[in-house]
Design a protein around this ligand. Structure first.
Ligand SMILES: NC(=O)c1ccc[n+]([C@@H]2O[C@H](COP(=O)([O-])OP(=O)(O)OC[C@H]3O[C@@H](n4cnc5c(N)ncnc54)[C@H](OP(=O)(O)O)[C@@H]3O)[C@@H](O)[C@H]2O)c1
Length: 277
């Protein structure tokens, strides 16, 4: 089970399965988070760029679950990486989310086209942590080169997590290995390849052996290797189905077979995304 090994006294472990909220409008994000918490999720993933932090926060407040029992991740939008802009943007996020700190704060992407120097916006992230606005810091979509550039800037702090695209069709082995060496937990985003792998014959064959679904096999494949996963669904039934994937134990042979499905199928591939190295 991955954990964020940060230094804050009250920092909690990041639950291995979380509920993703990208592309969910306010109503969907509200209902999805409410359903996810009711069903047992204790890890919610949002971002400034998703424009739904307010709905996520409202669902958390309206749920029967205490804030202290929920692990909240949000991400700083690269448009807020300018000088002196990171902390005010995080304060706005906290106001939207209705809490005084998040459990994990990520830089959503390296600055687009390197508009802002990494030294500057990363230093601002560290400052936000020192201010106590988050319990742990991390990054998302950071390549090996960007991670390496952060290392001399860290001081006593740690990058606890790199959230990257990772699914059976895009196994991203080089960055995974690099993060392992650095002790950085991997969170797999788009773990279901946005549905693209659900008709896969091998995943369905393995699923039938376990009385499970292809989506559960796809998630178990990632979780069995120690990654956190943050699938998203608007359907309460599928939110439950995804959570239940945590109970599925695949054999070493099945994992080996699924590894052969890797085809470098990158879904988040805009021209401003860094190339994986
Ligand atoms: N850091 C980043 O740059 C970044 C980028 C992308 C995503 N993310 C995070 O990762 C989360 C998940 O990624 P994602 O939303 O891109 O893709 P995903 O979770 O791989 O796939 C979501 C899609 O799969 C469908 N689905 C979900 N569960 C299913 C099931 N059990 N059976 C069949 N279909 C199912 C959903 O449809 P229904 O709603 O109809 O169920 C939805 O269309 C995001 O919500 C976001 O929090 C982060």
């Amino acid at each position: 089970m991955p954990s964020s090994s940060n230094t804050a006294k009250h920092a909690k472990k990041m639950p291995q399965i979380g509920y993703g909220t990208w592309n969910r409008d306010e109503q969907q994000a509200y209902q999805g988070v409410l359903d996810a918490l009711e069903l047992g999720y204790r890890h919610i993933d949002t971002a400034q760029a998703y424009a739904n932090e307010n709905a996520v926060g409202k669902a958390i407040q309206d749920s029967a679950i205490q804030r202290g029992d929920i692990f909240i991740t949000t991400k700083v939008d690269p448009v807020n990486y300018g000088p002196g802009e990171v902390a005010p943007s995080v304060e706005r996020s906290l106001q939207e989310l209705g809490c005084d700190r998040v459990d994990l704060l990520l830089l959503h992407f390296p600055s687009l086209y390197d508009k802002y120097p990494l030294q500057d916006y990363f230093a601002q992230l560290l400052q936000v942590k020192q201010q106590g606005l988050c319990d742990a810091i991390g990054v998302s979509n950071f390549t090996k080169a960007y991670l390496d550039a952060c290392l001399p800037l860290l001081g006593d702090e740690q990058i606890t997590c790199n959230q990257v695209e990772l699914h059976a069709y895009m196994q991203n082995n080089a960055i995974v290995e690099h993060c392992k060496k650095l002790g950085i937990v991997i969170t797999a985003y788009s773990p279901l390849a946005r549905g693209a792998l659900l008709d896969d014959p091998l995943l369905n064959d393995i699923a039938s052996r376990h009385q499970a679904s292809a989506s559960q096999v796809a998630l178990a494949f990632l979780m069995n290797q120690g990654y956190a996963v943050i699938p998203s669904s608007a359907s309460k039934m599928r939110i439950q189905e995804n959570l239940d994937a945590g109970k599925l134990q695949l054999s070493a042979e099945e994992i080996k077979q699924i590894k052969t499905l890797d085809r470098g199928m990158r879904l988040v591939d805009e021209d401003w995304c860094p190339r994986w190295d």
